[in-house]
Design a protein around this ligand. Structure first.
Ligand code: NAD
Length: 509
C-alpha cells in the first residue's frame, strides 16, 4: 500500500494530501473526479482533498467486492484463518491508535482524549467481537415428525454497501464492517464526505494487517453522487446505512429496485425523564453527559430533558451553572470538553436553531451563540433552552449539537406521553430512585434502548436500534446475525418416504 504523504510539518502524523478510493487493496491514483476540500473544523484550514467517485468508480469497487465474494477466498476461508486475520486487524488498529485518533480528531473536532481513551479500544475490539460471534454461530435443527430432519445453517448474504455518517466516523464504520466481513460477506464502504480521513487510513491498515484484496473496498464522495450510485448498484445485495432519517428514506427507495436487504440506524430526539425523587446530582451529571458528549453530535443524545415540576427550577439552574463551566476549545487540547461543530453547514444549521427556538417561544437559558475567543473554527457555545411545549421545533427536530431542550411536566403519565410524542424512538432515559416506577415507565417508552439512572452505556451484545423513524433492524449479537447472514433450511427424510403417485393414474390415497 502506498504511504500517505505529509500535509504539514506541524502535524505529528502523516495526513494524506489526497483521499481517493481503495479498490482491490490499492489506493487509486488521482483521476479526474470532482474534488472536495476537507477542512479542519477547529481552524478552517485545508486538511486534504477528497476525490469524488462517480458511478463508474463505484462500479469498479462493487465489481471488486463481487469478485471477492463470488470467487475469492474470503467467504470460503476456514474460521480459524479468518479469526487470525481479524485478530491481526485488531492488533494493527491498536498499534496505530494514536495516529487514527489524531486523524479522526482533525476531521471531526471531537476531543482527542475522548477518541483515544474511549473509542479506539472499542473500534479495535469490534473486529474481535464480530469474529467471536461468527466463531460461535451455530445452526438449528427441527423435527416436526420423526420422518424428517430440517437443518438451519447460516450463509453470508453477499456484497454490502456500508454508508457511514460523520459524527463518529471510525466507530460507526468499524461497527458495521466488522460483522459484515466476519460472517463472510464483502463490502464497499462510503464514509461521510465531510470526514473521510480516519476511515481511509483504517481501510489501508486493514490491508496492511493481511485482509485479502477486495473484501473491504472504499469509495468517497457526496451522498447524492457516490452514495446514491452505491445504494442502487445492482451488484449490491444489502445496504447498511447509519445517518439521518430523511436520507434513510431515500436509501430505502434507492435499494427497493433490487429488493436489497436494508438496515437503517437513524436519528433520535430522545427524552431524558427526571423524576422528583431522582438522585439529584447523578441525574444532573447524567443529563449533561447525555447531551454534551461527543460535542453533542450523537444519535443517542438525551436532547429533550423532561423535569418534574417540584425540582424543575433547582435542576435547571444547576444545569445552567454547570454548562457555563464547560470548556469549549481546541479538540487537541487535553482539557477541552466540547470542540467545534464538524463542518460549516452543520454549524450554521445549529446556530439557526437558536432563532427557531425564539420564534417558537422558547427561552434561551444559556449559550445560543458562537463561542467567544475564536477567530476561526465552528465553535458553538453549549446551549440550553426551555421550550413552551413539545410542539416547538427544538423538541421535534434532531439538532445534533450541544443543544439541550428542557420541558417541565407534572405527572409520570404526562412525561410518558411527551416522551412518546415524537417521530423518533431511539433511546429513553429515566431517573428515579424508585425501581418499580422506573421499570413501569421504561416499558412504556417507545424506544429501542432505555437507560435507567445512567447516561449512555452501550452493551454491544444487546440489540441497538430504533422504534419508529429511528431505524429498521438492530445491531448487537442477534441483530448482526440476522442482517449479515441468510438462514438456509435444508430438509431431508430419515428413511423411505411415501409420496403421492402423481401422474401414474392411481388415485391419491
Ligand atoms: P446523512 O444522512 O447526511 O449521511 C450519512 C451517510 O449517507 C453519508 O455517508 C452521506 O454521504 C450518505 N448519503 C447522504 N445522502 C445519500 C443518498 N441520497 N444516497 C446514499 N447515501 C447518501 O447523516 P449524517 O449527517 O452524516 O449523520 C448524522 C445523522 O446520523 C444523525 O441523524 C444521527 O442521529 C444519525 N446517526 C445514527 C446512529 C444510529 O446508530 N442510530 C449513529 C450515528 C449517527
Amino acid at each position: 500500500m502506498p504511504q500517505p504523504s505529509p500535509a504539514s510539518a506541524a502535524t505529528p502524523f502523516y495526513v494524506p494530501s489526497l483521499i481517493t478510493r481503495i479498490v482491490d487493496g490499492r489506493v487509486a491514483a488521482e483521476g479526474s473526479g470532482h474534488q472536495l476540500p476537507i477542512v479542519n473544523p477547529a481552524d478552517e484550514s485545508a486538511l486534504t482533498v477528497l476525490v469524488e467517485d462517480d458511478a463508474a468508480a463505484v462500479d469498479e469497487a462493487v465489481r471488486s467486492a463481487r469478485a471477492a465474494f463470488d470467487t475469492g477466498p474470503w467467504p470460503r476461508l476456514p474460521l480459524a484463518t479468518k479469526r487470525r486475520i481479524m485478530g491481526q486487524v485488531r492488533d494493527t488498529i491498536l498499534a496505530h491508535a494514536e495516529e487514527l485518533a489524531y486523524l479522526d480528531c482533525l476531521d471531526t473536532g471531537i476531543p482527542l482524549w475522548d477518541i483515544r481513551g474511549r473509542k479506539m479500544s472499542r473500534i479495535a475490539d469490534n473486529f474481535q467481537f464480530a469474529m467471536d460471534i461468527a466463531n460461535t454461530l451455530s445452526g438449528e435443527t427441527y423435527q416436526q415428525n420423526e420422518q424428517y430432519l430440517s437443518l438451519v445453517t447460516h450463509s453470508p448474504v453477499g456484497v454490502a454497501a456500508i454508508l457511514a455518517p460523520w459524527n463518529s466516523p471510525m466507530s460507526l464504520a468499524s461497527m458495521q464492517i466488522a460483522p459484515c466481513i466476519a460472517f463472510g460477506n464483502t463490502c464497499v464502504i462510503k464514509p461521510s464526505e465531510f470526514t473521510p480521513l480516519s476511515v481511509f487510513r483504517l481501510v489501508q491498515l486493514m490491508h496492511e494487517a493481511g485482509l485479502p484484496p477486495g473484501v473491504v473496498n472504499l469509495v468517497n464522495g457526496r451522498g447524492t453522487v457516490t452514495g446514491a450510485a452505491l445504494a442502487s448498484h445492482p451488484g449490491i445485495d444489502l445496504v447498511k446505512f447509519t445517518g439521518g432519517t430523511a436520507t434513510g428514506k431515500r436509501i430505502m427507495a434507492a435499494a427497493s429496485g433490487g429488493l436489497k436487504k436494508v438496515g437503517l440506524e437513524l436519528g433520535g430526539k430522545s427524552a431524558n425523564i427526571i423524576l422528583e425523587d431522582a438522585n439529584f446530582d447523578a441525574a444532573l451529571t447524567g443529563a449533561l453527559l447525555s447531551i454534551f458528549s461527543n460535542n453533542g453530535q450523537q444519535c443517542l443524545a438525551g436532547s429533550r430533558i423532561l423535569v418534574q415540576r417540584p425540582i424543575a427550577d433547582r435542576f435547571i439552574a444547576a444545569f445552567v451553572e454547570r454548562v457555563k463551566q464547560i470548556k469549549v476549545g481546541d479538540p487537541l487540547a487535553p482539557d477541552t470538553e466540547i470542540g467545534p461543530m464538524a463542518f460549516r453547514e452543520h454549524y450554521e444549521r445549529v446556530l439557526s436553531y437558536v432563532d427557531i427556538a425564539r420564534e417558537d417561544g422558547a427561552q434561551i437559558l444559556v449559550g445560543g451563540t458562537r463561542a467567544p475567543g475564536f477567530d476561526k473554527g465552528y465553535y458553538f457555545l453549549p446551549t440550553a433552552v426551555l421550550a413552551p411545549d413539545n410542539q416547538a421545533r427544538v423538541c421535534r427536530d434532531e439538532i445534533f449539537a450541544p443543544f439541550a431542550t428542557f420541558l417541565i411536566f407534572d405527572t409520570e403519565e404526562e412525561a410518558i406521553t411527551i416522551a412518546n410524542d415524537s417521530d423518533f424512538g431511539l433511546v429513553g432515559y429515566v431517573w428515579t430512585q424508585d425501581v418499580t416506577k422506573a421499570m413501569g415507565i421504561s416499558q412504556r417508552i417507545n424506544a429501542g434502548t432505555i437507560l435507567i439512572n445512567t447516561s449512555m452505556v452501550r452493551e454491544v451484545r444487546a440489540p441497538f436500534g430504533g422504534f419508529k423513524q429511528s431505524g429498521i433492524g438492530r445491531d448487537g449479537l442477534r441483530g448482526t446475525v440476522e442482517f449479515f447472514t441468510e438462514p438456509r433450511t435444508t430438509t431431508i427424510p430419515l428413511g423411505p418416504v411415501t409420496m403421492r403417485p402423481i401422474g401414474t393414474g392411481q388415485a391419491p390415497s
